[in-house]
Design a protein around this ligand. Structure first.
Ligand SMILES: *Cc1c(COP(=O)(O)O)cnc(C)c1O
Length: 354
């Protein structure tokens, strides 16, 4: 029962087959191969417009290079204080942007609100000699708390950022999971709502090492080829990433994978809420479940061999707090999490009621 992350899974068989198919014969190098070109065409189709696509191998690289493209060294990125870019990338966004500052704001469920953004912009005055200049806003969809921004919420953030001309970046490590929940089109969740640059996640969705930086305004990508090369992310056998996207994106496979992961999460979330012993820290809106675990429940999970991560409680909603000994646990479902294993886990949650 391993619920540590959605990257404990390997790759989907279709991705493996696509890699194997790309293994035959010679191909041109550094992303000029047919698989990479095909992936670029698919992204243009999926997003219903011309896009500039840069394939990379990790989400950290995608986010850091995306943000570096949107900021100057004396610029700043407004983000949630517990976002992946702020907390989990070892300073890569600051490093690749040559020192741009990340301004972390609080917010329940790891979501930013337009009011907070407006307030933060007020603290960093436009043109002030002594202050960094906010140039980008970065949101995560789905968030690190498994919550989701609605399209209206994304548009409201864009409006809050607009008076200062900030670009909007979306960390979409779990883009597919959010998309299938909202049931909207990829275009609606991104450029139509004001997103300028997207880190499109392939790895957690079912690839080995495939992420894409997608610029909805190709003109903004003019320096990106050098940024990616300098970061060591321009692979000579680039067809290996292109092929992973071919495996994922053909026939809507990526959406099927995300639907499965989300269904497993909502199965667990539903059972936890029905059981009454544990409450959820945040609503389950994607492929992650965050129950609040009593000491007794932590003990039962340990005895049963259920692996999960203890999670930060900083972004709990107002009015929700932990009692002595309680922790927030993070349970993540992947494209291959079997229903039986989720049922086994539900049995552990249910144990005292027999
Ligand atoms: C996993 C994840 C990433 C990417 O992380 P890498 O380990 O660098 O691939 C980015 N953002 C979020 C929110 C994530 O969960």
């Amino acid at each position: 029962m391993n619920f540590i992350s959605d990257n404990t899974a390997g790759a989907s068989p279709r991705v493996m087959a696509a890699i194997a198919a790309a293994n035959d014969g010679a191909a041109s190098a550094y992303g000029s191969d047919t698989w990479t070109k095909q992936a670029e065409r698919r992204f243009a189709e999926i997003f219903e417009r011309e896009v500039a696509v840069f394939l990379v191998t990790s989400g950290t690289a995608a986010n850091a290079l995306a943000l570096a493209s949107l900021t100057r060294p004396w610029g700043a990125v407004i983000t949630h204080e517990e976002s992946h870019v702020a907390d989990d990338e070892c300073g890569a966004p600051e490093f690749f942007s040559d020192g741009a500052k990340l301004i972390g704001l609080p917010g329940a469920g790891n979501k930013l609100s337009p009011d907070q953004v407006t307030q933060a912009l007020g603290r960093f005055r436009e043109g002030a000699l002594h202050q960094v200049q906010p140039q980008a806003l970065s949101i995560t969809q789905a968030t690190e708390c498994g919550t989701i921004y609605t399209l209206d919420e994304i548009r409201a953030l864009k409006d809050a950022a607009a008076p200062r001309g900030l670009s909007l970046h979306m960390d979409g490590a779990r883009f597919a999971n959010a998309l299938v929940t909202l049931g909207c089109s990829p275009a609606e969740m991104t450029w139509k709502a004001g997103i300028d640059v997207l880190s499109f996640g392939g790895t957690k969705n079912g690839a080995w090492a495939a992420e894409a930086v997608i610029f909805f305004d190709p003109a903004k990508a003019s320096e990106m080829k050098w940024r990616r090369k300098r970061a060591g992310q321009t692979l000579s056998k680039g067809r290996l990433i292109g092929a992973q996207f071919e495996g994922l994106l053909a026939d809507g496979h990526w959406l099927d994978l995300a639907r499965h992961a989300n269904a497993m999460a909502s199965k667990l979330a539903g059972a936890v809420q029905a059981g009454g012993e544990a409450r959820l820290a945040w609503p389950c809106q994607a492929n992650e479940v965050f129950p609040i675990l009593s000491p007794a429940l932590q003990q039962r999970l340990q005895v049963a061999g259920a692996a999960y991560l203890p999670w930060s409680d900083r972004a709990l909603p107002a009015g929700l707090s932990l009692a002595e000994g309680e922790i927030v646990g993070r349970f993540v479902m992947s494209f291959e999490t079997p229903a039986e294993v989720v049922e086994q886990l539900i049995g552990v949650f249910d144990a005292p009621r027999g």
